[in-house]
Design a protein around this ligand. Structure first.
Ligand code: HEM
Length: 249
């Protein structure tokens, strides 16, 4: 086993009993798999296309709508309150802005999402009703991921799609967070302050693995949609708006 020893700062006195450490550990393999989906590889290679990005935004719209509505509804729940940071983290309005930029004012009628996105949203709504403390796993997976990759991915997306300025890229911008690293540190300490029974903690850890899996399935489904809707020769190079594709069930 590789040594887990790390240099720790005063603000980073985490132990391996901490939820933030456990959740990172149990999702480590899933993170590698998420990074290696075709969609994420396109990002990393600087080859993300406009059709890919627009479809991703549509799915992120549905996912964040479900996540943030459930977080709002449960904002006083003891498992949610400590990690409830709508002013700093909420993504829904930013995504709406981006969708309007790419699809125009009637963007709401043009949203298309695959079945995997519907399953993801269904799960979020279900746990919002039945196990609100599991929302911590989903909020962690999306928001800490966004905060970790945001700036780099934004620049890559801008370059790959030939966008001028930062229009269409609000999803990646966190104007309420001045230092993503310090904020992540605060977020982890808030996660660690949530009181959970052994059973609840195991449930949260399992849910985090599930959250990654749901994301991977969304990315895979989006790639399938693209293969069906965009001629192969346009997949790498398209810089024009694509015709909205048909929904996959
Ligand atoms: C953290 C890279 C995709 C979720 C990170 C970190 C990097 C990274 C460099 C910081 C690690 C650290 O601070 O120790 C990438 C790359 C991706 C990618 C290159 C693909 C382009 C994703 C996806 C998700 C995700 C798709 C989830 C849906 C997370 C989470 C963290 C994280 C939750 C925080 C880990 C923690 O500190 O506990 N990622 N990531 N990432 N990423 Fe990703």
């Amino acid at each position: 086993m590789e040594s887990e020893k790390k240099t720790q700062t005063a603000a980073e006195q985490m132990t391996d009993k901490d939820l933030s450490e456990q959740i990172k550990k149990v999702t480590k393999d899933s993170h590698v798999r998420a990074e290696n989906t075709e969609l994420m590889l396109s990002f990393q290679r600087g080859q993300v296309t406009l059709p890919q990005f627009k479809l991703l935004l549509c799915s992120m719209y549905e996912v964040y709508k479900a996540l943030e509505e459930e977080m709002d509804r449960n904002s006083n729940h003891p498992g949610v309150a400590p990690i409830y940071f709508p002013a700093e983290l909420a993504r829904l309005e930013a995504i709406e802005k981006d969708l309007e930029y790419f699809y125009g004012q009637d963007w709401r009628e043009k949203i298309v999402v695959p079945a995997a996105t519907k399953r993801y949203c269904h799960r979020l709504r279900q746990i919002g009703k039945e196990n609100p403390e599991f929302l911590i796993a989903h909020a962690y997976t999306r928001y800490l991921g966004d905060l970790s990759g945001g700036q780099v991915l934004s620049r890559i997306a801008q370059k790959s799609m030939g966008l001028q300025g930062s229009e269409g890229l609000s999803f990646f911008a966190f104007p309420g967070v001045s230092s993503p690293n310090r904020f992540k540190q605060l977020y982890r300490s808030r996660m660690n302050s949530v009181e959970l029974t052994e059973e609840q903690r195991n449930g949260v850890l399992e849910e985090a693995v599930r959250a990654f899996e749901l994301n991977i399935q969304v990315f895979d489904d989006l790639q399938k949609m693209l293969l069906l809707s965009v001629p192969e020769n346009q997949l790498q190079t398209s810089r024009t708006h694509s015709t909205p594709v048909k929904i996959l069930q």
